[in-house]
Design a binder for this molecule. Structure first.
Ligand code: ZN
Length: 377
C-alpha cells in the first residue's frame, strides 16, 4: 500500500488538470476542516476533529511553560536586529533545544510577544505516539506491519526517489509519503502557476510508475490531501484597523493574526466591545459564533486558540499579519464549505460512499489493511 499525502491538492485543481492521476479512477471529494494543516493532518491521521485531538492552528495561548519563555528581552533590540533572519534562526534553535520536534516557523510573530503563546505540535505527528489520541501510525505498530514514512524533515525529491526504491524492493507493507512543495508553489504562484503545473506533472508521473502491475500484483495506491487552496483576490489590513482604536494589544487584549483569522483573548469588556464593533465593520470577514465553531468541531473548552475568532472570506488575505508582511497569490484556512477548499482521496481501489471528509480517511485505510490481510491469507 502506498499513501501519498499531497498538502493543498484541492479536489477542484486535481479534477481540472487534464489526465491527472488517471490511473486512480475511484475518486472522493473530502470535506476539509476549518483551520490549517496543523489541524487537518492530525484529523487525517486520527479520524477525529480538532476539538477531540486538540490540534487546530500552529500557535495557541500558553497555558503552562511556553517554549518561547524569556523571549521578552528581544523587545530591547533595535528593530532591524529583532526582525533579522539571523535572529529568527537563533530563536528557532533555542525552541528546538527545548525539545519541540513538531513543525513550526516563527514567521513574523513579534519575538517579544512569543512567550504569550505555545506551539500545539511538540512531537512528530507522523510517528506512533506523536499525537494526543490514537492514530493510524499507532494502529500500524499494533498490527505489526512493516512500514516507512517520509515527510518535510527530509527533501521532497529524495523522499519520492526513496519511496520508489522501497516500492521496487517490495519488502515493506505500507509506504507513506507527505509532500509540501505543491502547497508552497500554490501560495507563491496561485493555481495557474508554472511551478504548480510542474509539481502536478511530477506527482502524476510518479503515480504512473508506482501503479504499474508487478510480480506481487498491482500496488494499492491512495492519493490524499488535507485541504485545497483559494486564489487571493484582495487583501485587508485588520491590524491597521485595530491600531486606530483607543484599546491596544497586548495591554487591553491579546491577539494573534493568522493569514485568514484574527484571534482574541480579552482582558476587559471594554476592549472586547471596541474590537468587536471595529471588525464587524470590516466587509472582508465575519465573527464566528460559538454555535458555528461547535458545528465545525473547533470550539475548545479551554479557549486556548482564542476567546473570539474573526474569519476572512475566501480569497481575502490579511496583510500584514503575524504570518507575513507581503501578499501571497493563494491561501487556505477559509470556510471549509468553499468549493476550492475541498480535499480529495483518489485510489485504484474502490472507496465507499461513506468516505466524505478528512475524518473518514483513517478508518477507511484501516479497513484496507484488513482487506489486504485477508487477501494475503
Ligand atoms: Zn499552506
Amino acid at each position: 500500500m502506498v499513501v501519498l499525502v499531497v498538502d493543498a491538492l484541492g479536489w477542484r485543481l486535481a479534477c481540472e488538470t487534464p489526465g491527472f492521476a488517471a490511473m486512480l479512477p475511484h475518486r472522493r471529494k473530502l470535506e476539509t476542516i476549518l483551520g490549517f494543516s496543523s489541524g487537518a493532518l492530525p484529523t487525517l491521521f486520527t479520524g477525529q476533529g480538532p476539538e477531540a485531538h486538540g490540534r487546530w492552528l500552529m500557535f495557541r495561548r500558553a497555558q503552562g511553560a511556553s517554549p518561547f519563555a524569556g523571549f521578552e528581552w528581544t523587545r530591547m533590540l533595535p528593530r532591524r536586529a529583532r526582525d533579522s533572519e539571523r535572529m529568527r534562526r537563533a530563536l528557532t534553535r533555542v525552541v528546538e533545544r527545548r525539545g519541540v520536534r513538531g513543525y513550526f516557523h516563527l514567521y513574523d510573530v513579534p519575538r517579544w510577544l512569543l512567550p504569550e503563546f505555545d506551539l500545539a505540535e511538540r512531537d512528530d505527528i507522523f510517528a506512533p505516539g506523536g499525537l494526543p489520541v490514537d492514530s493510524l501510525w499507532d494502529a500500524l505498530e499494533r498490527r505489526g506491519i512493516s512500514w516507512r514514512r517520509w515527510n518535510w524533515r527530509t527533501p521532497e525529491a529524495a523522499n519520492l526517489r526513496e519511496l520508489e526504491r522501497c516500492m521496487e524492493a517490495e519488502d515493506l507493507g505500507v509506504l507513506v509519503c507527505y509532500t509540501a512543495e505543491l502547497d508552497a508553489a500554490l501560495h507563491h504562484e496561485g493555481s495557474g502557476g508554472p511551478g504548480v503545473r510542474e509539481r502536478l506533472a511530477r506527482y502524476h508521473a510518479l503515480l504512473e510508475r508506482l501503479a504499474r502491475p508487478r510480480a506481487g500484483g498491482t500496488p494499492w495506491i491512495y492519493l490524499v490531501s488535507d485541504h485545497g487552496m483559494v486564489d487571493v483576490r484582495s487583501c485587508v489590513d485588520v491590524m491597521g484597523r485595530l491600531a486606530r482604536l483607543p484599546v491596544q494589544w497586548p495591554r487591553d487584549y491579546l491577539a494573534f493574526f493568522d493569514s485568514t483569522m484574527a484571534r482574541f483573548w480579552w482582558r476587559s469588556p471594554t476592549a472586547r466591545a471596541a474590537v468587536t464593533a471595529a471588525l464587524a465593520a470590516e466587509p472582508g470577514g465575519r465573527w464566528l459564533a460559538d454555535e458555528e465553531l461547535a458545528r465545525l468541531g473547533a470550539r475548545f473548552a479551554g479557549r486556548e486558540y482564542g476567546d473570539s475568532i474573526f474569519l476572512l472570506d475566501p480569497g481575502v488575505l490579511m496583510v500584514p499579519s503575524f504570518m507575513g508582511k507581503r501578499p501571497l497569490a493563494a491561501m487556505h484556512g477559509y470556510d471549509p464549505s468553499h468549493p476550492d477548499m475541498a480535499a480529495l482521496l483518489w485510489s485504484n481501489r474502490p472507496v465507499p460512499e461513506a468516505v466524505r471528509g478528512l475524518k473518514d480517511v483513517r478508518g477507511f485505510l484501516e479497513a484496507e489493511l484488513d482487506a489486504s490481510a485477508r487477501e494475503a491469507a
